[in-house]
Ligand binder design. Structure first.
Ligand SMILES: Nc1nc2c(ncn2[C@@H]2O[C@H](COP(=O)(O)OP(=O)(O)OP(=O)(O)O)[C@@H](O)[C@H]2O)c(=O)[nH]1
Ligand SMILES: [Mg+2]
Length: 203
């Protein structure tokens, strides 16, 4: 048995965890009622996906790395100048060893995706092209926001070498979960695209 963690004092498997996620999602979702949308968050391991969610949920940044196993489902609610908007974020494991059902399994009924890479690790930038392709294969033509994370680091890629958004017709933001740089921008962009309110702001 592939034991992955303890929940309610029980050791659970990847499959059991996935079942719980699905149950929670379908219980929560009622698609787009209450202004709720499903966001897929993908990219290589260690690029900072879970850190972005942790920053939004707690306001804190964690220097430690704990790989995501399968997927973590977190609702992020933003107050806006229109109605509040909730993103049910499916934060997927970047490590193929821990991918669980992968995009194929977790990608159903996704409204928008964030594809993240690490500005200090060029291979993660090249792999972002593959993540975009995989998202499109499973989710179709949905809004995709590419984020280059760890903008706070000195040894980052030069902006002239980042052309993925032009190549792929997506939006792009440099971000940092560590310094908070642009950390709301991907969600604001998605909120505007999904609601059609170009003047939507978070309040
Ligand atoms: N300097 C810097 N480090 C970051 C930033 N965001 C995350 N990190 C660090 O990067 C490491 C990986 O962060 P995670 O958020 O766990 O990475 P992940 O993409 O969720 O990784 P997987 O779950 O394995 O797919 C951690 O040590 C974080 O502290 C950032 O903006 N700047
Ligand atoms: Mg993670």
């Amino acid at each position: 048995m592939n034991k992955i963690g303890i929940q309610s004092k029980r050791i659970i498997t990847v499959k059991q965890k996935n079942d719980i996620m699905y149950w929670q999602y379908f219980k929560l979702s009622n698609l787009h009622m209450n202004n709720q949308y499903k966001i897929l968050l993908v990219g290589d391991k260690n690029v900072g996906k879970s850190s972005l969610i942790h920053r939004h949920l707690t306001g804190h940044f964690n220097e430690d790395y704990t790989p995501t196993l399968g997927v973590d489902l977190d609702p992020l609610t933003f107050s806006t100048n229109y109605d509040p908007i909730t993103f049910n974020v499916w934060d997927c494991a970047g490590n193929p060893d821990y991918e669980g059902l992968g995009i194929q399994g977790y990608g159903i009924q996704t409204d928008a995706a964030i594809v993240m890479f690490d500005l200090t690790l060029v291979p993660t930038y090249h792999n972002a092209y593959d993540w975009i392709e995989n998202v499109r294969d499973v989710c179709g033509d949905i809004p995709i926001i590419v984020c280059g994370n760890k903008f706070d680091c000195p040894n980052k890629m030069k902006s002239k070498n980042i052309t993925i958004h032009e190549d792929e017709g997506t939006r792009y933001y440099d971000i940092s979960s560590r310094s908070n740089y642009n950390f709301e921008k991907p969600f604001l962009d998605i909120a505007r695209q999904l609601t059609g309110h170009d003047d939507l702001v978070f309040v």
